[in-house]
Ligand binder design. Structure first.
Ligand SMILES: Cc1cc2nc3c(=O)[nH]c(=O)nc-3n(C[C@H](O)[C@H](O)[C@H](O)COP(=O)(O)OP(=O)(O)OC[C@H]3O[C@@H](n4cnc5c(N)ncnc54)[C@H](O)[C@@H]3O)c2cc1C
Length: 370
C-alpha cells in the first residue's frame, strides 16, 4: 500500500485508539471511547466490506436466554454467574435501545417462546419442574415471573402442547441496528476503514505497532473486538462457531409473530414481516462447524428444511428465498473475555450466541479497560 502524505497524516498519524473489528462490540467500544475522550483520534479497522463476522448476520433476537438454556447453563456455571450474565444481557439491551432508539432498530416486543419436540420428553419435564426455581432466581432482575406455560396457539407440528412464554423478549432489525451504529460512529468522528486486515502487532510499551500486511503504523492503544476470529489471540480460549441461517419468501397470512427457541437454543426462528427466518443445527456436526469459513452444509440445511416442513409450517406452502452463515465466538464458559493482553493491547471477545444483548456492555467494558 503506497499512501500519500495526506493519507498518512489524517488517518495513520497520532492515532490514540485503534479498534480491530467493526461488529457490535467494536462500534460500542469506539462510542464509549469517544464519550470519555472527546478529542482523541479513534480508528476502527475492519477486514470485510461490511462487518464480516456475526453482527450483520444474526437473527435479531433481543433475548437473554431461553428456559432450557438457563437450566443448562446452571449445570456448568454457578447460580451467581448465570444471574450476573442475564443481568448483563438485560442491561446491554437497555443500553443498545437507549443509544440507538427503538424506532431505529425496529424494536418489536412480541415476546419469545420455547417449543419442545414431542420426542424430547426429558427436556420438557425438566423445564416444567425447574420453571418456578428459575423464575425465583430472576425475580431481583425482572421483579416478576419471567417464564410461564402457554398453550401453543400457532399450530406447530410435533411438539408438546405447552410452550414456555417470555414477555421480556423482543426482536430487532439487525441491518437497521448495525447501520444506525455505524452512522453514529461516523457522526462522532470515529474513522472506519474497511477491507483492512490486522495481520500482527508489536507492543513497544510506549505505543503499539500495528501491521496491515506490508504497511504498518503506530497507535497508543490497540483494542481487539474480533470475537470468532480471536482463537490465536486468546490461546484457544475462543473457538469459532459457524451458524447457518435461511429465510423463506413471504408467506401469505402467516400467523407467527415473535422469537422462538428450540432444543436449548440450538435452533431459533422468528418472523420478519411475513417471512420466517430459521437458523441453527450446529450441534449436528460440531467439528465441521468449528470454522471461520462462511458456508452451508447439506446436513444442516436439510435439518432446517425438515423443521420448517414438519414443525414450523406443517400446513403451509413455502419457498426458501436465501441462505447465509455467520461466525460466532464461543468457549468453555458463556462469560465473554474482556482483558488486557499486554501493556497497551486489550480484547473484548467470546460473545457467544447472545451478542446483540451483551455486545453494548462488552464494548463499554473493553473501552473502560484502557
Ligand atoms: C447466524 C447467527 C445468528 C445469531 N443470532 C443472534 C441473535 O438472534 N441474538 C443475539 O443476541 N445474538 C445472536 N448471534 C450472536 C451475535 O451476532 C454475536 O454475539 C455478536 O454479533 C458478536 O459481535 P462482535 O462485535 O463481538 O463480533 P463480530 O460481529 O463477529 O465482529 C468481529 C469483527 O472483527 C472483524 N475482524 C476479525 N479479525 C480481523 C482482523 N484481523 N482485522 C480486521 N478485522 C477483523 C470481523 O470481520 C468482524 O466484522 C448470532 C450469531 C450468528 C452468527
Amino acid at each position: 500500500m503506497q499512501l500519500s502524505y495526506w493519507e498518512l497524516k489524517n488517518w495513520f498519524t497520532n492515532v490514540d485508539y485503534t479498534i480491530v473489528g467493526s461488529g457490535i462490540v467494536g462500534l460500542h467500544a469506539g462510542l464509549r471511547l469517544r464519550e470519555k475522550y472527546p478529542q482523541s483520534k479513534i480508528l476502527i479497522l475492519e477486514k470485510g466490506i461490511l462487518p464480516q463476522g456475526a453482527s450483520t448476520k444474526n437473527a435479531g433476537f433481543a433475548c437473554f436466554g431461553s428456559l432450557s438454556e438457563i437450566i443448562d447453563d446452571l449445570k456448568s456455571h454457578t447460580e451467581e454467574e448465570v444471574i450476573q450474565l442475564i443481568q448483563k444481557r438485560w442491561n446491554g439491551l437497555q443500553l443498545l435501545r437507549k443509544r440507538l432508539g427503538d424506532e431505529a432498530i425496529d424494536f418489536k416486543p412480541y415476546g419469545g417462546y420455547e417449543l419442545f419436540l414431542k420426542d424430547n420428553d426429558s427436556s420438557y419435564s425438566e423445564c416444567s419442574n425447574r420453571l418456578p426455581f428459575v423464575n425465583e432466581i430472576l425475580k431481583p432482575i425482572f421483579k416478576t415471573a419471567v417464564f410461564a406455560k402457554e398453550v401453543d396457539r400457532f399450530s406447530f407440528g410435533g411438539i408438546h402442547e405447552y410452550l414456555i412464554f417470555n414477555p421480556f423478549e423482543a426482536q430487532i432489525d439487525t441491518g437497521n441496528m448495525m447501520q444506525a451504529l455505524l452512522k453514529q460512529a461516523v457522526s462522532q468522528d470515529i474513522l472506519i476503514l474497511n477491507q483492512q486486515t490486522v495481520t500482527s502487532y508489536h507492543d513497544n510499551k510506549n505505543n503499539v505497532e500495528v501491521a496491515l500486511g506490508d504497511f504498518s503504523f503506530t497507535t497508543k492503544k490497540l483494542l481487539f473486538a474480533t470475537n470468532g476470529f480471536a482463537n490465536a489471540l486468546t490461546n484457544g480460549a475462543v473457538k469459532p462457531a459457524r451458524a447457518q441461517v435461511l429465510i423463506t419468501e413471504p408467506i401469505p397470512n402467516l400467523d407467527i409473530k415473535g422469537t422462538f427457541h428450540l432444543d436449548k437454543g440450538y435452533y431459533y426462528f422468528r418472523n420478519i414481516g411475513n417471512r420466517i427466518l430459521l437458523g441453527g443445527g450446529r450441534n449436528l456436526d460440531f467439528e465441521t462447524e468449528t470454522t471461520t469459513e462462511f458456508g452451508q452444509t447439506e446436513i444442516v440445511q436439510k435439518k432446517l428444511e425438515d423443521l420448517l416442513k414438519e414443525v414450523i409450517l406443517p400446513n403451509q406452502e413455502f419457498k426458501i428465498d436465501h441462505r447465509w452463515s455467520g461466525i460466532m465466538g464461543i468457549g468453555n464458559s458463556k462469560n465473554p473475555i474482556v482483558s488486557q493482553l499486554t501493556e497497551n493491547v486489550y480484547c473484548g471477545v467470546r460473545l457467544g450466541g447472545m451478542g446483540v444483548a451483551i455486545g453494548s456492555i462488552i464494548g463499554t467494558e473493553l473501552a473502560d479497560l484502557v
